[in-house]
Design a protein around this ligand. Structure first.
Ligand SMILES: Nc1ncnc2c1ncn2[C@@H]1O[C@H](COP(=O)(O)OP(=O)(O)O)[C@@H](O)[C@H]1O
Ligand SMILES: [Mg+2]
Length: 251
């Protein structure tokens, strides 16, 4: 299959997202297992049933032996693009970003996998020593269960504002159900990893204010969220993630 350059919406080391008429195709390379791709589409299909505004899955297929899926194309711009193009409107965009996350957290979707199960599994894959893993498992068990829809990668590049001004949430590969504060800790970490601590603080303050959440509660999730991210073994992230994980040792 030949993809024209002007169809490409995003090119990643292991994925290509391209437009095909009124649809988009997300094409994964051979490093993605069938189960991995089907999991992303199943998550997205399940979240469609909540009534949240998201692109609908239209088809799952293989292209030249690689797994792919097709979804509705949403004409518009991502919040990340809008933030870059109109920096003077950053407060307005953050307001929208946080309101959208709060709306998502108000939804439930009982068939989604559980954050707690996923995180216990991740902690075991970190390669951290047994004592640190024990601390992380104990911490995880002490945190509230809850059943909110969590995106797991709620970031301005995963929100599209359509040409009609309607926000859509994309990219459901990490979706689970659980405590909203874990999703907030993930978004906060994402700003830090992008070296935008300033935006991270702005975001966290706004979320906590709007939902009357204690920042300390979000902080309780941070060692677990950092441990889960550390599995990707990115050298440039190692120092920051370990400083977040090791909070456990001082308590
Ligand atoms: N349904 C869609 N409609 C319009 N643009 C999309 C759609 N899905 C993805 N995109 C564009 O492609 C980018 C990457 O898609 P995404 O699913 O977030 O992939 P990744 O997992 O690589 O982040 C998005 O940030 C957005 O710009
Ligand atoms: Mg994305």
């Amino acid at each position: 299959m030949i993809i024209n350059k002007d169809q490409v919406l995003a090119e990643r080391p292991t994925k290509t997202i391209f437009r095909d008429g009124t649809t988009v195709v997300k094409l994964f390379d051979k490093s993605f297992s069938k189960a991995n791709v089907l999991n992303e589409t199943l998550n997205q299909a399940r979240v469609e049933e909540t009534g949240l505004n998201i692109p609908k899955i239209l088809e799952v297929m293989t292209i030249d032996g690689c797994w792919a899926f097709r979804a509705e194309y949403i004409p518009g711009k991502t919040l990340q693009q809008l933030m870059e193009e109109n920096p003077e409107k950053i407060d307005e965009y953050f307001d929208l970003f946080v309101d959208l996350q709060i709306e998502m957290h108000s939804c439930t979707c009982p068939n989604l996998n559980k954050l707690r199960d996923k995180m216990h599994g991740k902690v075991e894959q970190t390669g951290l020593d047994a004592t640190t893993r024990y601390e992380l498992h104990t911490r995880l068990d002490s945190l509230p269960k809850r059943t909110s829809v969590l995106h797991g990668d709620f970031d301005p590049s995963n929100v599209i504002i359509s040409d009609e001004g309607k926000p859509y949430i994309l990219d459901w590969s990490h979706a689970v159900q659980g405590d909203p504060a874990a999703d907030v800790a993930r978004t906060y970490l994402m700003f830090w990893l992008a070296k935008r601590e300033d935006l991270g603080e702005k975001y966290l303050k706004l979320y906590c204010k709007k939902t009357d959440t204690a920042m300390q509660h979000v902080q309780k999730w941070m060692p677990i969220i950092a441990a889960s991210q550390s599995i990707k073994r990115k050298d440039e992230e190692k120092e920051l993630l370990h400083s977040w994980i090791n909070v456990v040792e001082y308590e």
